[in-house]
Design a protein around this ligand. Structure first.
Ligand SMILES: Cc1cc2nc3c(=O)[nH]c(=O)nc-3n(C[C@H](O)[C@H](O)[C@H](O)COP(=O)(O)OP(=O)(O)OC[C@H]3O[C@@H](n4cnc5c(N)ncnc54)[C@H](O)[C@@H]3O)c2cc1C
Length: 383
C-alpha cells in the first residue's frame, strides 16, 4: 500500500455554498430554542420532530434517487448538511443511522419492493433504523455472531438471539441485524443481514444506562420472532461482505470528529478575544487538528463518491478523529480554571461535565481504537 494514495485532494465541489448557507441559517434560527447542555449531546441528541423537519427541507436521503424520495445529490451535499448540523450540536440521532447507512444499504442490496417500502419514509425523516451487530459475546470479534434466523418451509424466518449496545433500539422502527442463517457455518461464512420490525411479538428491548446516566443504548432479545421472507436484505450468506462495506460510511464522516464541537465552541467563547499564551496555544492546536481532520474526511467522501471502498483511510479518520474529540475534553479540563469568571465559564463547566462522561465511548462505538489500529497495521503490511 502506498500511503500517498490513501488521501486525495480534499476539495469540495463548487456550487455547495447556497446549501451550506441555507442549513446554517436554519440552525441559527433553531439554536436559541435549544440549550448548550442539549447541544453537548451532539449526534446522540434525539428529536423525531427535528428529523421530520429536515426531511421536509429536503436534507435527508440526499444521495438517494428521486424515484425513492431522495434528491439525486452527491455525498458531498450530505457532507455539507452533516457538518453544519453537527457543528451546531443539532439533535440528529433519530434519523442518523437510517440516513447514513441503512438507506444506502437498502439502495445497494435491497429488492425493488424493499426500496419502495423503506426509502421514501427514511428520506422524509419518518422511519428510524438501528444497527444490530454487537452481541454479548461478539463485539470486536463480530464474526462470532450467534443470533440466528432459521428459514421455514414457506420462506419466512424465525429469529432467536440477543443484540446489545443497540443505540436507540427503544425508539427506532427497524433494526438491520447481522445474523447467522446457515446453522452449520462458522465465522464470516453463513451470515446474512435481515430487517427486523421492532414492534413484532417476541422482540424485547431493555434500555441500558450508560456512565452519564443516559439511556440511549439497549439490549434487544429475539424469542421466536417470525419474519416474512422479504426480511432478508441482499444475498443470503453475504452478510459479512455487506456489513463490512458499510464501515467506510460509518467511520469517515464528520460525526467522528465533531462530537465535542459544542464544548470547543463554549471554550472558545469563554476564553474570549484575548486569550493568554497557554489558552491560545491549546485552542490553536485543537483548531489546526480540526481543520486537518476535516480535510481527511472530505478526501474519504470523494473516494466514496467515486465508488471506492476506502476502509483504511476511513479507519484513520475515526482513530484520529475520536482521539481529537477526547483531547478536546482534556484541553477543556486543563483550561477550565483559567477561564474569565462569568456565565460563559459556568456554561462551559456544565457542558464539559456532559462531554467528559460521554468521551470514553467515542473510541468504542463504531469499532474500538485497537481494532482500527489493527486495520491500519494490516494495511501498512506490519501485521
Ligand atoms: C455509545 C455506544 C454505542 C454503540 N452502538 C452500537 C449499535 O448501535 N449497534 C451495535 O451493534 N453496536 C453498538 N455499540 C457496540 C460497539 O460497536 C462495541 O462496544 C465495540 O465494537 C466493542 O465491542 P465490545 O464492547 O464487545 O468489546 P470487546 O470486543 O470485548 O473489546 C474489549 C476491549 O478489548 C479490545 N480488543 C478486542 N479485540 C481485540 C484485538 N483483536 N486486538 C486488540 N484489542 C482487542 C478492544 O479494543 C476493547 O478495548 C456501541 C457502543 C457504544 C460504546
Amino acid at each position: 500500500m502506498n500511503l500517498l494514495d490513501q488521501f486525495g485532494p480534499p476539495v469540495l465541489p463548487t456550487g455547495l455554498g447556497p446549501l451550506r448557507t441555507a442549513v446554517r441559517e436554519f440552525v441559527a434560527e433553531w439554536t436559541p430554542t435549544s440549550t448548550p447542555e442539549k447541544r453537548a449531546l451532539s449526534w446522540m441528541g434525539f428529536d423525531a420532530d427535528f428529523s421530520r423537519l429536515l426531511g421536509t427541507k429536503g436534507w435527508l436521503g440526499l444521495s438517494i434517487p428521486k424515484q425513492y424520495g431522495g434528491h439525486d445529490a452527491s455525498p458531498f451535499e450530505r457532507f455539507v448538511v452533516s457538518e453544519e448540523l453537527l457543528a451546531a450540536g443539532a439533535p440528529v440521532t433519530a434519523h442518523w443511522i437510517a440516513d447514513r447507512q441503512s438507506a444506502p444499504l437498502i439502495l445497494r442490496h435491497g429488492t425493488e419492493a424493499q426500496k419502495q417500502r423503506y426509502l421514501p419514509a427514511i428520506c422524509a425523516g419518518e422511519l428510524h433504523f438501528c444497527i444490530g451487530m454487537s452481541e454479548p459475546a461478539s463485539g470486536s470479534d463480530l464474526a462470532s455472531v450467534r443470533t440466528k434466523a432459521d428459514r421455514q418451509a414457506d420462506g419466512s424466518w424465525v429469529l432467536n438471539g440477543r443484540k446489545v449496545w443497540t443505540t436507540n433500539a427503544d425508539r427506532c422502527h427497524f433494526m438491520i441485524a447481522l445474523v447467522r442463517t446457515d446453522p452449520a457455518s462458522e465465522r464470516h461464512a453463513g451470515l446474512s443481514q435481515i430487517i427486523v420490525d421492532l414492534t413484532l411479538p417476541g422482540v424485547m428491548i431493555r434500555p441500558i444506562k450508560d456512565l452519564s446516566g443516559h439511556e440511549h443504548f439497549n439490549e434487544v432479545t429475539f424469542d421466536d420472532v417470525r419474519l416474512e421472507a422479504d426480511a432478508l436484505i441482499g444475498v443470503e450468506g453475504d452478510g459479512w461482505a455487506q456489513a463490512t462495506s458499510e464501515l467506510a460510511f460509518e467511520r469517515s464522516g464528520p460525526e467522528r470528529f465533531l462530537s465535542a464541537m459544542t464544548l470547543f465552541r463554549c471554550l472558545v467563547g469563554a476564553v474570549g478575544p484575548t486569550p493568554d499564551a497557554r489558552q491560545a496555544m491549546e485552542i490553536g492546536r485543537l483548531a489546526a487538528w480540526l481543520i486537518s481532520l476535516r480535510s481527511m474526511s472530505i478526501s474519504v467522501t470523494a473516494q466514496l463518491a467515486s465508488g471506492e471502498d476506502p476502509v483504511w483511510a476511513a479507519s484513520c479518520v475515526k482513530d484520529l478523529g475520536t482521539g481529537y474529540e477526547q483531547d478536546t475534553v482534556e484541553v477543556a479540563m486543563r483550561l477550565i480554571d483559567s477561564l474569565p469568571p462569568g456565565e460563559q465559564a459556568a456554561t462551559t463547566r456544565r457542558v464539559l461535565a456532559i462531554v467528559q462522561s460521554m468521551a470514553p465511548s467515542f473510541s468504542l462505538r463504531g469499532g474500538t481504537r485497537e481494532i482500527l489500529r489493527g486495520i491500519l497495521a494490516r494495511g501498512l503490511g506490519v501485521r
